[in-house]
Design a protein around this ligand. Structure first.
Ligand code: AMP
Length: 219
């Protein structure tokens, strides 16, 4: 089984391309952001803490995020691979994942590929601020780059209600980009030392990026 780790700044297309691998190649998608948004809706201390940090564009403490990842990796039977979207995001998460895969999931993944989706910051603010999400199935659209085929109706499930993420605004995006750049070099160096990094030009169209990513995943 393959493990594909999507790595790139917020707005680079990780979520969209994870949905492609999930649908076309029968991969299980684990998005820490999606899982944390569910936790943030809980009316308890953890939910309130996660919601507050996410609104500020700050990272959630490792204990919570590790729990999300390990529970998702517990049940992967029947899938051709697993995608990690939004994890790991810091060197300590990289080390946790490495240790977990080595000691608890040894032999589960025959190939690990880290797909770096590279997009200049100047394109990201527009991409993020135009995003909206189907309230029923969670598929992401964009006002100009990827609108629904029929106005107001989700291509995937026919849902007619959409929402915007509360952290998709200019101020929070700057904080999220800063966090990405602070951690980028260390994470990349770790995976490069193992020859696991495949770079993709994320400034290309969704379809072109999709083709590049499928080739890497199947290669
Ligand atoms: P995303 O949907 O990947 O853009 O993530 C949205 C937000 O969820 C981030 O700005 C963080 O607040 C939180 N988050 C997602 N993944 C992680 C992670 N691996 N570590 C810490 N916080 C995370």
């Amino acid at each position: 089984m393959n493990l594909v780790i999507f790595f790139g700044p917020p707005g680079c297309g990780k979520g969209t391309q994870s949905d492609v691998l999930k649908a076309e190649l029968n991969y299980k998608k684990t998005s820490t952001g999606d899982a944390l948004r569910v936790i943030a809706k809980q009316d308890n201390d953890l939910g309130n803490e996660v919601a507050s940090l996410m609104r500020q564009g700050k990272l959630i403490p490792d204990a919570t995020v590790s729990e999300v990842i390990t529970s998702s990796l517990e049940d992967v039977s029947g899938f051709a691979g697993v995608i990690l979207d939004g994890y790991p995001r810091t060197l300590s998460q990289v080390e946790f994942l490495d240790d977990y895969l080595t000691n608890k999931k040894s032999g589960l993944f025959s190939k690990i590929k880290v797909i770096e989706i590279d997009v200049p910051d100047s394109l990201l603010i527009n991409r993020i601020c135009g995003r909206y999400v189907c309230a029923s199935c969670g598929v992401t659209y964009h006002e100009s780059l990827r609108p629904t085929r029929e106005a107001g109706k989700c291509d995937n499930c026919g849902g007619v209600e959409f929402s915007k993420r509360s952290d998709d605004n200019k101020e929070t995006v700057k904080e999220r980009l800063q966090s990405y750049h602070d951690n980028f070099a260390n994470i990349k160096a770790f995976y490069e030392s193992r020859n696991l990094v495949f770079a993709v030009d994320g400034a290309k169209s969704i379809e072109e990026v999709r083709e590049d990513i499928i080739k890497i995943a199947l290669g």
